[in-house]
Design a protein around this ligand. Structure first.
Ligand code: 3PG
Length: 213
């Protein structure tokens, strides 16, 4: 079955947004997340080792789905695809990126923060969006208002999400997944604190599971 951007977001309640500064840490981070119950992650294309991190996870942790985030232009998109990413997330949406995505053989989740962004995305066939930056763009109340005219759209709010507001966002009908960097803080990466990353992941999964009861 082909994974769409819509179904991708339904596969995990939290999309870990991971900034890797040392390629050696990519594989242990993927293992730590999976051990905690999340088998997917977005590597942001913001460091010189992002592509290498994607390559390593793809080659060495086949049961974790690895995507590229912060894909802001076509050159980054092509580089991420060449590195083996399995999905693409962008912080915003331009016509150039929307057109480039049409030939992609993997899901892309474009970022939106206003109605015009969503309308542009819908014109190109997108129905799953990253709502970014979620908290700075007005948070839950803004997302509710934005989602109302677009019943076909689902959103992955990202930016300012953490244990304090995870449940509030996931309670919205238009949200099946939230994104965030809180599971893999750089401070823990620097200390190789993989069990703490697993613990943070387990806590998030437990919170989500208790919501489902
Ligand atoms: C992103 O790129 O998606 C955001 O920077 C993640 O935001 P957060 O660090 O507030 O979770």
């Amino acid at each position: 079955m082909q994974v769409t951007s819509h179904s991708l977001l339904e596969m995990t309640p939290v999309m870990p947004v991971v900034q890797i500064t040392d390629a050696e840490q990519a594989v242990p981070i993927a293992h730590a997340l999976r051990k905690g119950g999340i088998a997917m992650l977005e590597i942001v294309m913001r460091t010189p080792v992002s592509l290498e991190a994607i390559r390593r996870i793809r080659a060495e942790v086949p049961d974790v789905i690895v995507g590229a985030g912060t894909v802001t232009d076509v050159a980054k998109l092509e580089a991420a695809v060449d590195a083996g990413c399995e999905f693409v997330i962008t912080p915003g949406l331009t016509r150039t990126m929307a057109e480039a995505s049409q030939g992609l053989s993997m899901p892309m989740v474009p970022g939106v923060s206003c109605a015009s962004d969503i309308m542009l995305g819908l014109e190109y066939g997108f129905t799953a969006f990253k709502f970014f930056p979620a908290e700075s763009s007005g948070g839950i109340s803004a997302l509710k208002a934005l989602a109302a005219p677009f019943s076909q759209a689902t959103f992955c709010p990202t930016g300012g999400i953490g244990p304090h507001n995870l449940v509030d966002y996931l309670s919205l009908e238009c949200v099946s997944c939230v994104g965030g960097s809180w599971l893999t803080p750089v401070a823990l990466q620097r200390r190789n604190a993989w069990s703490e990353i697993t613990e943070l992941t387990q806590q998030a999964v437990n919170t989500v599971n208790s919501l489902a009861l």
